[in-house]
Design a protein around this ligand. Structure first.
Ligand SMILES: NC(=O)C1=CN([C@@H]2O[C@H](COP(=O)(O)OP(=O)(O)OC[C@H]3O[C@@H](n4cnc5c(N)ncnc54)[C@H](O)[C@@H]3O)[C@@H](O)[C@H]2O)[C@@H](O)CC1
Ligand SMILES: Nc1ncnc2c1ncn2[C@@H]1O[C@H](COP(=O)(O)OP(=O)(O)OP(=O)(O)O)[C@@H](O)[C@H]1O
Ligand SMILES: [Mg+2]
Length: 363
């Protein structure tokens, strides 16, 4: 057992957290004013800053308690999976489960479904995405879902993307939090209006996906620009949709604040790590919105959830790399989800059924 401060020091290494003043933006000052005010903080490398952000994540993690019944910890849907890509929706859906969701659904094409099921008996897989009634087929499940992750392994077939447009509209109408990744971002780059102003959406672009979105929304790929400024600009242009730009550091903004996560990860860039992140974010987004702003100390719940998913993904990468080195793949990282989550977020209160927090982190 180690104190939280001790554990923080162990995981701190390369974490940088920059917090921009939300209040400034609420009154609508120009971008430069926000950034000028923020950058002195951004350059600070501090365990306290990282600890503060990790603590906000801990605040929104629900305790494991004997009174809960199946489903209460979260029911997540992943929209993706086509003949070419079956791994991505699996990675996202199993990650949501291993972070703590009770049920994880996948809505895939008909022929991808048996393949995805064969990877895991734990996933509920609906072979509906290429059906003419896809939107209605998914819509009837929406009342039972707490969050959707749209895009991992979706592919770019026009008919499928048309169905996903309908699913997005139906989900927005119900106020469901939506994480959009991979080919879902391809769709948003074609039609940004689909998520414009929907503040329960989180976009998780990699380098290439960010350039595509920035070009579509701002008319400039923003390559080589300051990343905090670029992510803040894109988020604002989309009407405060939360944007997570993945990279050497992950930069996160909801148009009001910017967080930078430099939790130590690994130098392996094998495919699927982004899927682990988007699935984890699906459940963390639900928890953070449920917890409410008092638990996140005024920061946007989705900003906190995104920081948590980034830190967790990077910690999994680090732990897996320590064991497997160059041979590390996303499956090895998924094995680390439990230990990495405990190391970063689990207090003894979370594990023993909701007693008062003790300020200690279980290692
Ligand atoms: N095991 C699986 O099933 C996996 C499936 N994946 C899925 O694969 C699909 C495609 O996602 P990707 O992230 O691979 O996207 P892309 O197909 O756009 O990118 C593939 C690779 O080509 C590069 N690239 C793309 N456009 C380029 C350009 N114009 N110039 C130079 N290089 C370029 C990218 O950087 C990337 O390394 C998504 O549905 C995604 O979810 C990935 O998540 C990885 C794992
Ligand atoms: N240069 C880097 N150094 C450290 N971590 C990185 C680096 N680039 C990306 N990551 C981390 O890897 C994770 C996935 O990001 P990546 O850019 O690989 O996503 P992706 O391309 O969408 O992945 P996928 O193959 O699942 O589609 C994120 O948590 C991110 O923090
Ligand atoms: Mg990806």
């Amino acid at each position: 057992m180690a104190t939280r401060a001790g554990a923080g020091a162990a995981v701190a290494g390369a974490a940088v957290v920059a917090v921009l003043s939300a209040a400034l933006v609420l009154y609508g000052p120009p971008l430069d004013a926000v950034l000028n005010r923020a950058f002195p903080l951004h350059t600070a490398r501090s365990v306290t800053d990282m600890e503060a952000a990790l603590q906000l994540v801990r605040n929104v993690v629900p305790p494991l308690a004997a009174w809960q019944h199946k489903g209460q910890a979260g029911r997540i849907g992943v929209v993706g999976g086509c003949p070419e890509y079956t791994g991505a929706p699996y990675f996202a859906a199993i990650s949501a489960l291993k972070v703590g969701a009770d049920l994880s659904h996948v809505f895939s094409t008909q022929d991808a479904a048996p393949v995805i099921k064969s990877y895991s008996p734990e996933l509920i897989v609906h072979p509906v995405l290429d059906s003419p009634s896809a939107v209605q087929d998914v819509e009837k499940w929406l009342p039972r879902l707490h969050a959707l992750v749209v895009g991992p392994g979706l592919g770019r077939d026009d008919a499928l993307l048309e169905n996903v447009k309908g699913i997005l509209e139906a989900s927005k109408a119900r106020g469901i939090p939506i994480v959009i990744d991979a080919d879902g971002l391809w769709l948003v780059a074609q039609q940004p209006a689909l998520i414009q102003g929907y503040q329960k959406a989180v976009l998780t672009p990699n380098h290439m996906e960010f350039s595509r979105l920035a070009e579509a929304v701002l008319g400039d790929a923003l390559d080589g620009r300051d990343r905090c400024r670029a992510v803040l600009s894109l988020s604002r242009a989309l009407g405060n949709v939360t944007v997570v730009q993945k990279g050497e550091q992950d930069v996160i903004s909801d148009g009001e604040q910017v967080l930078t996560c430099s939790q130590e990860g690994s130098s392996r860039r094998c495919g699927g790590q982004g899927d682990l992140l988007s699935g984890s974010l699906g459940i963390l987004a639900h928890w953070a919105l449920l917890a409410g702003p008092e638990k996140t100390n005024g920061s946007g719940p989705l900003l906190v959830a995104a920081f948590g998913a980034c830190a967790l993904t990077r910690q999994c990468a680090r732990q897996a790399f320590q064991k497997h080195g160059r041979a590390t793949t996303t499956t090895d990282m998924i094995t680390e989800l439990g230990p990495a989550f405990s190391r970063l977020f689990e207090t003894s209160a979370g594990a023993d059924g909701g007693a008062a927090p003790t300020g200690e982190l279980r290692l």
